[in-house]
Design a protein around this ligand. Structure first.
Ligand code: L34
Length: 285
């Protein structure tokens, strides 16, 4: 029987720290951190995530600015909004919720966000900084996973860590963060041969594939720490991770649920990054 890693509890603790520090800094500076969240179109999943971000801003005492743009917004229109937010001193963090509709090139948008306000840490400057270990922000989902692993008390240094998935948003930075903590890291992907033989070696297994119930019991080592980054919606509307929880849970030493695992952590780390951006922009660090 695995121990459950409670993402709601760990995220609440992170947000409480952010709230306390925010309260103090608002008193000292008379200014309040602000996060702008932009959503283009009406993807229902994105809507839920953005609403959760807005709620978190209220919880920690940030101002939140929400921009809902129509599905047919042009790239020029979105770039114009980003420029406006870049030069607004009340906005410390800017996040354009992904995915954006196909007429918009997400790379162009990410490049346009001022690196100092890029609380997702998706801008090439911030990605480069992560690579060399000289960063202000960590990407929210991988940073949240690190907090969840740390909450178990399991040591990362020297352990075999396997990441399934190589996206720029999760898989690649995840591997880098585990490497910074001296994990021995393997990245697997759709072309990996004999995937199960690789994942079975993992002391720490992070699944970021985007396929419901992809990780089965035969792919998991006894006693592994299993982190499920997946956020898949089944036809019946139910939310489901990348890990077949019922099968894998008995083998793992620690495991995250979906929902209530990595998702809430992504949002808590976004609050942390926004506070960092606020401090840097106001010389409060
Ligand atoms: N720019 N785009 C940008 N930044 C991000 O950090 C994201 N991401 C991913 C999608 N696009 C993005 C998110 O915000 C995924 N993501 C995200 C955030 C929160 C939750 C899930 C994904 C979340 O709150 N999950 C809840 C369940 C929500 C539900 O019921 O649907 C959970 O408990 O897992």
């Amino acid at each position: 029987m695995a121990n459950l890693i409670d993402g709601k509890q760990v995220s609440a603790a992170v947000k409480e720290q952010v709230r306390l520090e925010t309260e103090k800094l608002v008193q000292e500076s008379g200014k309040r951190p602000g996060l702008a969240v932009v959503i283009v179109g009406n993807n229902p999943a994105s809507r839920v995530y953005v609403n959760n971000k807005k709620k978190a801003c209220e919880t920690v005492g940030f101002q939140s600015f929400e921009y809902t743009l129509p599905e047919d917004t042009t790239q020029e229109e979105l770039l114009e909004l980003v420029q406006t937010l870049n030069s607004d001193s009340n906005v410390n963090g800017i996040l354009v919720q992904l995915p954006v509709p196909p007429q918009i090139d997400d790379k162009a948008i990410i490049n346009a966000i001022s690196a100092e306000k890029d609380v997702d840490a998706f801008h090439p400057e911030n990605v480069g900084r992560i690579m060399i270990g000289d960063y202000a922000f960590l990407p929210c989902t991988p940073a949240g996973v690190m907090e969840l692993i740390d909450s178990t008390g399991v040591e990362i240094s020297g352990k075999k860590c396997v990441v399934i998935g190589r996206s720029n948003i999760v898989g690649k930075p995840m591997a880098m963060l585990l490497l910074h903590r001296s994990g021995t890291v393997t990245i697997c992907h759709s072309r990996t041969q004999d995937l199960a033989s690789v994942t079975r070696e993992a002391d720490i297994l992070v699944a970021a594939v985007g396929k419901a119930n992809f990780v089965t019991a035969d792919m998991v080592k006894d006693g592994a720490v299993v982190i499920d980054v997946g956020m898949n919606r089944l036809e019946n509307g139910k939310l489901c991770g990348d890990v077949d929880f019922a099968q894998v849970e008995p083998k793992a030493s620690w495991i995250t649920p979906v929902p209530g695992g990595v998702g809430p952590m992504t949002i808590a780390m976004l609050m942390k990054n926004t506070l960092t951006a606020f401090k840097q922009q106001n010389q409060l660090a």
